[in-house]
Design a protein around this ligand. Sequence first.
Ligand code: SF4
Length: 361
Amino acid sequence: MTATPTDDAAERAAESLAEPAADRTAGHTEHPLARAAAAGAADPGTTLSTASTGTAGTASGNDSAVAPDHDHAALHSSVVDWFDTHARDLPWRRPEAGAWGVMVSEFMLQQTPVARVLPVYEQWLERWPRPADLAAEASGEAVRAWGRLGYPRRALRLHGAASAIAERHGGDVPKEHAQLLALPGVGEYTAAAVASFAYGQRHAVLDTNVRRVFARAVSGRQYPPNATTAAERRLARALVPEDDTTAARWAAATMELGALVCTARAPACDRCPIAQQCAWQLAGAPAYEGPPRRTQSYAGTDRQVRGRLLAVLREAEAAVPQSVLDRVWQEPIQRARALDGLVADGLVEPLPGGHYRLPRG
Ligand code: SF4
């Protein structure tokens, strides 16, 4: 069965590009840190670029983000010091992972929890230690190796990125944010994350974990808006430390704080390094008053049917007849729709005579 994202699984998810008309975060800036960020928001130099597939903002080298004031510096040191002591030892954080290891992990972690990613990541890097190794194989092998991580289009996109790296960059993951962003399947978030985590550059890496930490600690809200707002991006940029090294640590540290301490359902404020500075805590932890939060269902959805169909094809070395696929789901219209969707997405290749297989291209 295809993976069902948990609440935490969606923490790093690529978020909706929809931009709510109301700038709700900007309208709630009583906390000193949020005020500083709001000041930065008025600076044209902090305008964020946006891309078609991602959501993160980036603080590029020519970005004149707000200079850290005392509060910013205290926040940075508290979170980074905590990270120095509490960061998980994850394989993509080790020096030997390299930029390719970081990129693979970022694709996998976008909608799947760490525990499920770990074994697939290890096998992936063992089989394809360089982008060119993956590019040399059929895209269907990437889909097969993706296993049950869910959202398997990510496997095709990663294969496409590996091919472009092999063709355009001599097999090395590029360092420049713009070059990363130009790779297929790489959006703002992934480009910023790879540039920051692999190359130590200064970028605002804004995933759902980080959005939640900033919403609480700085904006005094229990949850961020459903879709990332321009104000959140400005806030994230305003909070990026000035020097590259601290900025890269800050990006990883805020993400880890959201994953381990400031979790969606049960924040562990009693062991939070910024509890004394947290706007939401200082305000008495007011209840969430925004629109209903998005939840992801799975059972009975087309995603579940797609997962079952793909599981059969992943296990098969030869083409699979329609009659075998028909056994995975009783309802014929939904089953046909799911199969058509897989074909349209390039995840399944239809063959003459009603047979199907993973793509060989
Ligand atoms: S004090 Fe609690 S709510 Fe505030 S940032 Fe820390 S864990 Fe999150």
